[in-house]
Design a protein around this ligand. Structure first.
Ligand code: SAM
Length: 225
């Protein structure tokens, strides 16, 4: 449970070298501008399929998966270590890492204001029952937290096979003054939308079952509209 989770008292106290040893020197001052910082996060990354594809799509960015389940986060850790070893000559996959964390609680402990350029919410747990809706990963309160962490122009990506959850996420993010939904034409052109449709483990499962995938993406505005 949460009391067993480790989290820094603030973003500058996080040891990122541990997660990206090839790219971040030990005891790097991540608060200093210019130091390499995590920019892309996959919330509830599951088994890490999205991370692996994003790694080669954005080789110059640091990408972090956050996953609450211990065994699953260990699996992703092992997967990344194996990929790094396999591709050591080319130095690939050094830019992705996984962290066991409850993304609903401690995000501002890890990232400072405006640090992130992309946040992914791929097939989040639907929490069908009404009394469980408050456990959903997109709520009005959390939307404000995401707006704080994303820089203006940053993007929230969502995808789900549950229509009710899709409508819920759209409703909460559209109602927020700092987010605007991006049009279908934008989604069709964006490489990350393709990746989250086909490379997430859940996305593949839905594909095999011929299920629907509902996508919605939102830009973080500079000022409230
Ligand atoms: N995104 C992956 C995909 O598309 O294949 C996994 C989707 S799975 C249905 C949802 C994942 O979110 C699970 O692995 C679950 O453990 C994780 N999760 C749920 N609540 C979380 C939280 N508060 N913080 C971090 N991860 C969470």
């Amino acid at each position: 449970s949460d009391h067993l989770l480790e989290y820094p008292i603030g973003p500058s106290h996080m040891d990122w070298h541990k997660l990206y040893p090839a790219l971040i020197p030990p005891e790097a001052e991540t608060s200093i501008d210019g130091a390499k910082q995590v920019e892309i996060v996959d919330i509830g990354c599951g088994f890490g399929g999205l991370l692996v594809s994003l790694s080669t799509e954005f080789p110059d960015k640091l990408i972090l998966g956050m996953e609450i389940r211990v065994q699953v986060s260990h699996y992703v850790e092992d997967r990344i270590i194996a990929l790094r070893q396999q591709h050591a000559p080319e130095g690939k996959y050094n830019n992705i890492a996984v962290l066991r964390a409850n993304a609903m609680k401690f995000l501002p402990n890890f990232f400072k204001k405006g640090q992130l350029s992309k946040m992914f919410f791929c097939f989040p747990d639907p929490h069908f029952k009404i009394r469980k809706h408050k456990a959903r990963i997109v709520t009005s309160t959390l939307a404000s937290e995401y707006a704080y962490l994303l820089r203006p122009g940053g993007i929230i990506y969502t995808i789900t096979d549950v229509l009710d959850l899709h409508q819920w996420m759209v409703r909460h993010l559209e109602a927020h003054a700092l987010f605007r939904r991006l049009p279908k034409e934008w989604e069709d052109e964006d490489p990350c939308v393709k990746i989250m449709r086909k490379d997430t483990e859940e996305g593949k499962k839905v594909e095999r079952n011929n299920g629907d995938k509902w996508v919605a993406c939102f830009v973080r505005l500079d000022h409230p509209e």
